[in-house]
Ligand binder design. Sequence first.
Ligand code: ADP
Ligand code: DP6
Length: 332
Amino acid sequence: MYAGKARAYTNIALIKYWGKKDEQLILPMNNSLSLTLDAFYTETCVEFDETLTEDQFFLDGTIQESKQTKKITAFLDLVRQRHQIELFAKVDSQNFVPTAAGLASSASGLAALAGACNQALHLNLTDTELSRLARRGSGSACRSIFGGFAEWQKGTSDQTSFAKAIDADGWEDELAMLFVLVDDGVKDISSRDGMRRTVETSSFYSGWLDSIETDLTAAKQAIAEKDFVKLGEVTEANSLRMHGTTLGAVPPFTYWSPESLKVMQLVREIRKNRLPCYFTMDAGPNVKILVEKKHLATLKHSLAEHFSSEQLISASAGPGIKLLPVEGSEKS
Ligand code: ADP
Ligand code: DP6
């Protein structure tokens, strides 16, 4: 038996990954830039075990059906093939984040799985190698290897597509993200399916790609200059453009709900009347608000008349992936 365990935190993209140029290798159409957060994470334990006759995937204590397990098996097959292992594995994962609700469980989930495999099989992967491996599970997972800001450089091959930490000179610690949970149920269209449909059919997709370089440059400049307003403006605009592409898809779709629009409107009002804050959204109806830590309490207070305290979750910049001791680790 080979066992390993890791914890990885979710990350939220400020400049989004939206579209693949290679589905098999998970090579993205564009670079993306994210902030890893401390509030939501996944802990995953993997055991490669000679007594198993197939892979088993437990999520939050419940054994998953074959549809969910398929993605895990595909990832484990890659690891097994690369490292000449023939054993099936039991994957036991705990999400401290709602699953498939647009809160980046795929990022923390697949990064944690990559980290657990690294530990179990004594692969001694560097952060870059681990980022490349996590990418094969879920694109956004490659950014969760790193704490703080990270940029996923799209690259042109399996070797050259990975994330790198962006040194922000500690500025990330002055920032916060407030999650407004309007719905933590499983979404109808996964990120994977949504981005595929958009790339294949949306007449707006080329406009998205045309704007990426400018957005990325502005975001990196804002980080270098510690310019919150500049970072916020480009974050919000980039997210709106990403969501714009879904409306041009065939058939068209949107991840927004009426509640999402309400939050966006509130953010605009608060920004006009009180303090700088900017929203971003992913493949789900929940809204994340980027704010300076010094204004977080006021922002929360302003939203408290519209949302319950359970719906408002604050996050700070989070750390990179961590290896954890395996219970009964003498087994490994
Ligand atoms: P989200 O917004 O939560 O990332 P996605 O649709 O992008 O939603 O991804 C959800 C998928 O990520 C799940 O259906 C599952 O395949 C995978 N996933 C989520 N959590 C885990 C986990 N802890 N371990 C492995 N895979 C996970
Ligand atoms: C909207 O990384 O979940 O959150 O690579 O198909 O697993 P796959 O997709 P995933 O997509 C994330 C999309 C996004 C934007 C982002 O995180 O950059």
